[in-house]
Design a protein around this ligand. Structure first.
Ligand code: BES
Ligand code: MN
Ligand code: ZN
Length: 489
């Protein structure tokens, strides 16, 4: 539980009182005199300088009633939200070690950056406390969950309260996306995506599940082809949020919900194949973002989330290299490699979404290509777009959330790599530019609608090591989408 207090932080009687400290020539200057006294010796002895990630633990014996004092370095730039988010993550890690149940955070010295500081810190704290233990026997000496966090905000308690609320929603949807991704492939199939979406329906929110029969009627040949070798039915999972305002813009979010990617007949190598349970992280981000939308009920914008969901398995009935399929929009595709399946299921979802909902903007997220890891590593999401303004918006939202993106080009030369001898398109682009040709394929299914594609194959798991990002799935995309929606004008 997160609460905000107007009291003086020196009155805090809990387990750990956290003091974020800015790195500066005199890092003591901005602190309350009480903390200055205590931190003076560590600073004089060069044990602490406020450097990002550094900590100093003290057991105070006068003037304070808390059990422990934890000074945490913010680094130099307090105008970066990321500094506070990382700081919150470091605190989460330390609290886990200290088994602190009641935590206080001193924020009353951050004046003009307070709103952002409190939000980012709370986000980092909550995201950094994440763990997935569902399939493990609980340990006797395991982590003790934090019971209560009190933010000491002085007279600005109202501002901080609002910030903390925003952070709670953002962190929750981050955790929701991580939870879905952490679920093994046998427990997270298209049916689980569907029941998650059903649970979101309610005020201003409508859930529609297009089951296999309906996909057949709608001629979603891409999704059906990928699903052909599977023991589980596919689904197109749709969550529709409509605000009260008439004539509000509509944003369409589409996420790749590939619940396990074996590669199909073009089977992947065995080593590391277990990670392909994460091939639904785009879908997880979209459904998690929809949960955020449902919680916050934005007033200015309609948001539609669509997740095409299936696994990709080899079998006697599976789609084969050389097969020709017809997608929802009538375009035919020669399947050269059954492992390039994400673009086939997205093709149907994008074309259907654009056709049915006539959105003003489309953003899709997908663990689409290994090539994006070759190009950008694990530190940037690949961004491709047919619209500069929308690309700018998504980039800005990502930057604000600590989820950086890097734009790659599109162009007719790349599209040409998708030419097929027998069909309108083939599903792979041949040598070079794998991330771009994959996006160029998707581009064929969005028409003129402004569209951004995010290739999260490098960032959905194994993302840049950060205090608030765990080792497994990062939940990337969920918070960026929520930020985009919150700031949509
Ligand atoms: N899901 C994979 C992409 C992927 C690979 C994500 C590694 C994360 C880590 C996608 O379906 C795929 O298999 N893509 C192929 C495309 C190729 C056959 C053109 C790839 O990247 O190898
Ligand atoms: Mn694949
Ligand atoms: Zn895949």
């Amino acid at each position: 539980m997160l609460v905000v207090s107007k009291k003086k932080s020196s009155t805090f009687t809990g387990d750990v009182l956290v003091v974020p400290v800015v790195q500066a020539d005199d890092c003591l200057a901005t602190l309350d005199p009480l903390f200055q006294d205590i931190l003076e010796r560590p600073v004089k002895n060069n044990d602490f300088s406020g450097k990002e990630g550094d900590t100093c633990l003290v057991y105070p014996d006068n003037g304070l009633s808390c059990t422990r004092l934890l000074f945490v370095g913010l680094g130099e730039d307090i105008h970066e939200r990321e500094s506070f988010r990382l700081c919150g993550g470091v605190v989460a890690q330390n609290i886990r070690k200290l088994k602190g149940e009641t935590v206080g955070v001193v924020l009353d010295s951050f004046g003009d950056v307070l709103a952002d500081a409190a939000e980012a810190f709370a986000e980092g704290l909550l995201l950094g406390g994440y763990s997935f233990d569902r399939y493990k026997k609980p340990k006797d000496d395991g982590p003790v969950p934090v019971k209560k966090v009190t933010f000491f905000a002085g007279s600005d308690a109202g501002v901080v309260r609002k910030s903390v609320k925003r952070a709670e929603v953002a962190a929750e949807i981050g955790a929701v996306a991580r939870n879905m991704a952490n679920e093994p492939g046998n427990f997270w199939t298209a049916a689980e995506f569907a029941s998650f979406a059903r649970n979101l329906s309610g005020q201003n929110v409508k859930t529609t599940i297009l089951a296999k029969k309906k996909c057949q009627n709608l001629k979603m040949g891409g999704l059906l082809a990928v699903n052909q070798g599977s023991a589980h039915d596919p689904a197109v999972v749709i969550v529709e949020y409509r605000c009260k305002k008439k004539k509000a813009p509509t944003i369409l979010l589409v996420g790749k919900g590939l619940t396990f990617d074996s590669g199909g007949i073009s089977l992947k190598p065995g080593a590391g194949m277990e990670d392909m349970k994460y091939d639904m992280c785009g879908g997880a981000a979209v459904m998690a973002a929809m949960q955020g939308v449902v919680m916050e009920q934005p007033a200015q914008v309609n948001v539609i989330g669509i997740v095409p969901a299936t696994d990709n398995m080899p079998s006697g009935s599976a789609v084969k290299p050389g097969d020709v399929i017809t997608c929802y929009n009538g375009k035919t595709v020669e399947v050269i490699n059954t492992d390039a399946e994400g673009r086939l299921i997205l093709a149907d979802a994008l074309a259907y979404g654009v056709d049915k909902y006539k959105p003003d903007a489309v953003i899709d997220l997908a663990t689409l290509t290994g090539a994006v890891i070759v190009g950008l590593g694990h530190h940037n999401t690949g961004l491709l777009a047919n619209d500069d303004a929308l690309a700018e918006r998504v980039t800005e939202a990502g930057a604000k959330c600590g989820e950086p993106t890097w734009r790659l080009p599109l162009g007719k030369e790349y599209t040409k790599q998708l030419k097929s001898k027998v069909a309108d398109l083939r599903n792979i682009g041949g040598k070079g530019g794998g991330t771009i040709t994959a996006a160029a394929f998707l581009e064929e299914f969005v028409g003129e609608t402004p569209w951004v594609h995010l290739d999260i194959a490098g960032t959905a798991w194994g993302f840049t090591e950060k205090s608030y990002i765990p080792k497994g799935p990062s939940g990337t995309g969920a918070r960026t989408l929520l930020e985009l929606i919150r700031s949509w004008k």
